[in-house]
Design a binder for this molecule. Structure first.
Ligand SMILES: [Fe+2]
Length: 446
């Protein structure tokens, strides 16, 4: 038996494997490129390593492409094969198995149980937060990390990552002072920590601190050379700050250079990454709503969207497919997409089916109607659904585009009552200065 860097038992005899798995967990949370390399190193040193196979399977599931699930199932089988999994590793086996069956809530519950017994399990904490984030369960997300907090201190390996996770769990629940404190501490401990950088950017976004946000990210950008595609999301956050300042040409430049640069090695290696897709759709839609001509930039994004038809593994991405396809004028693909969405909502038995039915489908229909200028239809669909849209998952900042569409349509129809409602609800959700974000007439951007 070996122990990881936090003293948790591993059913491997290889010290090299144990260390590599610790590095993999930290790389995964820090949004680094070398996560899988560490997992592969762990498996090279001990090909039967239970947790190595499980992490590999979980990373594969994490790319949200059901066509790759067979690869993850093979890893699950390999993890089970030796019959040597310890109690903690059994929790991972149960979680991966649940995820492969589309039972996200069950998977999170396995992580949660595991974390009650092993609060220093950084990887389980990250995986629980990730799954809850993508289904919008922000309170649950914070509960899990706060429950573990008494076990942690700066003496525990990987504390920078725990602080980043804790910051994000707090930020999405409006505890901005705590979130910023934890996030800044995370970065002081390791300025290359992508998740740590991100959490503070979220605080500044929610508080409308555009100058602070630009300065924060600008001060860290030279530390991002080891990050994975998540680096594009950090640039998306920076773009939001420029967008709020009406600097639309800067936003387009950032989009072309740092968010969707077809020449970048990351984009070339993975042109259909789901996080990248979300960033692109959101930003192009924002630019369009500000009246900015985005040229032919929708075309490659719509190509990615067509490839995602029928994939409901990431509800926020599913909803964004509607915006991408309708913005590119691909009406036949829109119909094909909606048919797949409706079929999934009514026949599928995974956790995401209910979310598609109550949140993704109305969000998609609203987005399509907005793109077509059918403003009454936008109100008819999105007003009743608006308080369910959190189930799309992602962050408040990411879901805000749907509120913006609804507000824009309400303004077109002269429905100030709807705008007032949205402003009130945005404040309740934690957006400070909500009027700035609703596309209300703003002389600096029109
Ligand atoms: Fe974000």
């Amino acid at each position: 038996m070996q122990y990881d860097d936090r003293g948790l038992a591993l059913s491997t005899e290889s010290a090299e494997t144990a260390h590599a798995l610790s590095l993999a967990a930290e790389s995964f949370i820090g949004q680094k490129l070398d996560t899988m390399a560490h997992v592969n190193a762990a498996l090279e040193a001990d090909p039967g390593c239970v947790l190595g196979h499980l992490i590999k399977g979980l990373l594969i599931v994490g790319v949200r492409l059901p066509q790759r699930y067979p690869e993850a199932r093979a890893e699950l089988d390999a993890a089970r094969a030796g019959g040597t999994a310890n109690e903690r590793e059994q929790g991972y086996i149960a979680a991966l198995s649940a995820l492969l069956n589309g039972q996200v809530l069950e998977a999170v519950s396995h992580y949660e149980t595991l974390l009650q017994a092993y609060p220093l399990d950084l990887l389980a904490q990250r995986l629980a937060q990730l799954e809850l984030f993508w289904i919008g369960e922000s309170v649950w997300m914070r509960n899990i990390i706060e429950r573990a907090a008494p076990a942690w201190s700066g003496d525990v390996a990987g504390f920078t990552h725990f602080q980043a996770l804790r910051a994000f769990g707090n930020e999405e629940n409006g505890f901005y002072t705590d979130a910023e404190r934890y996030g800044r501490d995370s970065i002081e401990r390791d300025p290359t920590n992508g998740w740590g950088a991100h959490t503070v950017a979220h605080v500044m976004e929610m508080q409308g601190r555009h100058e602070d946000g630009i300065a924060w990210l600008d001060g860290l950008k030279d530390h991002w050379s080891g990050l994975n595609n998540f680096v594009h999301h950090l640039w998306w956050h920076r773009s939001l700050f420029h967008l709020a300042r009406g600097e639309l040409d800067t936003v387009v430049d950032l989009y072309d250079q740092h968010i969707r640069n077809p020449g970048s090695p990351l984009i070339k290696a993975n042109p259909s990454h789901y996080g990248d897709f979300q960033n692109c759709v959101d930003l192009l839609k924002h630019l369009g709503m500000h009246g900015h001509d985005v040229g032919d930039r929708w075309e490659p994004v719509a190509d990615v969207a067509e490839g995602r038809i029928g994939n409901q593994a990431a509800p926020l991405s599913s909803a964004h497919v509607a915006t991408a396809l309708s913005s590119a004028g691909r009406d036949a693909a829109v119909e094909k997409y909606l048919a797949a969405l409706r079929d999934f909502a009514t026949t599928d038995e995974t956790n995401n089916a209910a979310r598609v039915r109550t949140a993704v489908l109305p969000a998609a229909e609203g987005a399509i109607a907005h793109q077509r200028g059918e403003h009454q239809r936008v109100l008819d669909v999105l007003i009743p659904a608006r308080r369910s849209l959190w189930q799309i998952g992602g962050s408040h900042a990411q879901r805000n585009i749907f509120t913006q569409m609804l507000a824009d349509s309400a303004q077109h129809l002269g429905r100030q009552d709807v705008v007032d409602l949205l402003l009130e609800e945005m404040l309740q959700r934690g957006f400070e200065q909500p009027a700035e974000r609703l596309g209300l007439p703003n002389p600096t951007v029109h």
